[in-house]
Write a protein that binds this ligand. Sequence first.
Ligand code: ZN
Length: 195
Amino acid sequence: MSLQIIHYPHPTLRHVSKPLKRVDAELKQMVARMFELMYEHEGVGLAANQVDLPYRLFVANPEGDPNNADAEFVFINPVIKKGTGQHEKEEGCLSIPGVYAPVVRKEKIAVQAYTLEGEEISGELDGLFARIVQHEIDHLDGRLFIDRLTPTQLADISEALEEFEIDFDSKRGVGELPSDELIVARLADLERLRT
Ligand code: ZN
């Protein structure tokens, strides 16, 4: 399966992922490919929805440095147990490249998840890492950072979003993107395999 990053307004970005129940060799390959794509596009996090997969997992490297494997994390079935404080900072997204806006997030979070090896991990995060985890878990719930903007902030980027919508429609028009029905059917098949 060749994975690519999908862009807003692709419907898979609105898919709410079910918990992952089975990790197999093919899924591990998909995760490795997600890291490659994340680095290629100079990101610090990438959720499964963003590569058109219905799985509740994301990859992250808060250092953004491919040579620093110690900072690479895979979060499977992540859950935020607690969040405190508020912090506003500019965010972007590999599925809406070139668009940035300030987003309010929890300053500190307690998160629990599983690794690819099935080990439970939990801990408290703050700073950029806490922001990445909240942004990526939003993806798994079918939510984008633009959904968290005020109407004024949204108005500021509406033209850029419209360009993505026009691009999406024209790609569909020439058959480069499948219909909503085919996308839903494919996601359901992939879910049956592992969730
Ligand atoms: Zn994103």
